[in-house]
Ligand binder design. Structure first.
Ligand code: ADP
Ligand code: MG
Length: 156
């Protein structure tokens, strides 16, 4: 078995459904980095995860606010989009360390912009265009990540 998992996502609802599935496997303290071009589906996948934890409302892209918090019954989820971040130090000024406590789930779009300031990922998730559809790759970076990937492989 490899330490990554790949799945074809035929349409938007498949991306959301995969996010729902991830929510059932992700526990407090997990850090997820999301990679992929603009429009690849990073925010859509986040919506699936956040709604999978019971959030009923919208999930909007925090492109301008940098972070959108979701305080849910089981867990606090912080969704970051660092696309517009000019300097990782800005994250220090906004008190980013408070977000990365062990009881939260953190999901970060454009993590490369926060290099040196954000904590390491348990999972690197990459979304790729396949024509009009998408493909998702989930790669484990920690033991906690490996446990999640093994469960994805078991469910496939
Ligand atoms: P990103 O956050 O990566 O910039 P978004 O999630 O904001 O991307 O936008 C992704 C776009 O692609 C949305 O219009 C969504 O409806 C669409 N989409 C998401 N998943 C799929 C899929 N599996 N196949 C085709 N289109 C998808
Ligand atoms: Mg996005």
């Amino acid at each position: 078995m490899s330490d990554h998992f790949v799945q074809f996502l035929a349409d938007e609802s498949a991306t959301v459904a995969f996010g729902n599935q991830l929510a059932s496997l992700v526990a407090q303290g997990v850090v997820i980095y999301l990679y992929g071009d603009l429009g690849a589906g990073k925010t859509t996948l986040t919506r699936g995860i956040v709604q999978g934890f019971g959030h009923q409302g919208k999930v909007k892209s925090p492109t301008y606010t940098l972070v959108e918090p979701y305080e849910l019954p089981e867990v606090n989820i912080y969704h970051f989009d660092l696309y517009r971040l000019a300097d990782p130090e800005e994250l220090e000024f906004m008190g980013i360390r408070d977000y990365f406590d062990d009881s939260a789930v953190c999901i970060l779009e454009w993590p490369s912009k926060g290099e040196g300031v954000i904590p390491p990922a348990d999972l690197d998730i990459t979304l790729k265009y396949i024509g009009e559809a998408r493909e998702v790759t989930v790669a484990a970076r920690t033991q906690r990540g490996i446990d999640i990937v093994l469960k994805l492989q078991g469910n496939a």
